[in-house]
Design a protein around this ligand. Structure first.
Ligand code: ADP
Ligand code: MG
Length: 286
């Protein structure tokens, strides 16, 4: 291939937006020659690399737009720690048919049981499979809508929580009570998405407690009615994973302190043998 031809191909790649092919073309051509690739193999390789690079850029962008506070995966979730949670049901969600069916997912349970972890892990999967996703806590969504309302931009702001994402994660429902106006913002979001696009909600409160949190029972019923009509509800009844981590760290610290005390040589001036030290350790533990 002469230089002129190569320049023309590079220019075409640029104009077609095949930037990955453009960047790696010389290297790929060298490899193709060394490894005696046929024409089809070369073309196949170039197109596949271009698609893979676009796909990874798309996923990166989708994850950025989703505004996750951190990234979590289902692989990193220890289902053995939460026996009340049906792993098969959660893995069914990972197939994302709930998104196609415009169903909602409710993850309920006390703090630390992994509600946000699971919500993010499912939403990350949705990003990977081409869905537009947005993550918010209920509190920050209400604050954003309330501020927009105050400046006459409610309709515009509502769109970022309704039509702009195929999946909206609303985290931490129930941490703070809502007044009537605030509950009304939530109603508008839920009503606009009803049977059109999915929600994942997490809450530390049982659904039966929501009416008291939303200030207005009629409004709460209207919200719940729409959320629960097509929803999969998961009530996680286990222990806090955060506490487990802290407890095991504390246990490990206590164990190594006890171990250090046992191997520490006796101070001659104190005239206490190892057995008396062991006794005092035991007393301290009791
Ligand atoms: P919640 O939202 O229910 O309060 P989080 O999802 O924030 O709890 O979990 C707290 C921390 O513990 C996070 O770092 C999360 O990744 C981790 N975690 C919770 N449950 C599990 C689990 N079963 N396996 C692995 N990590 C977990
Ligand atoms: Mg949480």
């Amino acid at each position: 291939m002469n230089e002129l031809q190569l320049d023309r191909i590079l220019d075409h790649c640029r104009r077609l937006g095949l930037m990955h092919v453009h960047t790696g073309l010389s290297e790929t051509l060298r490899r193709a020659e060394t490894e005696s690739w046929g024409h089809l193999q070369l073309l196949d390789h170039l197109l596949e690399e271009e698609i893979a690079s676009r796909e990874s850029r798309r996923i990166k962008n989708a994850l950025k737009l989703a505004a996750f506070p951190f990234l979590k995966t289902l692989d990193a979730f220890d289902f053995a720690f939460q026996p009340s949670l049906d792993k098969a049901r959660v893995m069914d969600l990972a197939a994302l048919t709930f998104l196609q069916r415009k169903e909602n997912v409710l993850l309920l349970g006390p703090p630390g049981v992994g509600k946000t972890h699971l919500a993010i892990a499912l939403a990350v999967r949705a990003c990977q499979h081409g869905a537009s996703v947005y993550f918010t806590s209920l509190d920050s969504m209400i604050r954003a809508l309330s501020a927009a309302d105050a400046s006459g931009k409610l309709a515009h702001k509502l769109k970022s929580f309704t039509t702009k994402s195929q999946l909206l994660v609303i985290d931490e429902v129930g941490y703070l009570p809502l007044n009537r106006a605030e509950a009304n913002y939530l109603f508008q979001v839920v009503a606009a998405r009803y049977e059109r696009s999915s929600l994942i909600l997490t809450s530390n409160k049982a659904v039966s407690e929501w009416p008291d949190l939303f200030g207005d029972h009629a409004l709460a019923t209207a919200i719940l009615d729409r959320i629960l009509h097509h929803a999969q509800v998961f009530s996680i009844k286990g222990n806090s994973y955060r506490l487990r981590e802290r407890l095991s760290a504390a246990t490990m610290a206590a164990d190594s302190a006890a171990e250090a005390a046992l191997v520490e040589p006796a101070a001659p001036s104190q005239n206490r043998g190892p057995s008396s030290r062991l006794l005092s350790d035991q007393t301290a533990v009791v």
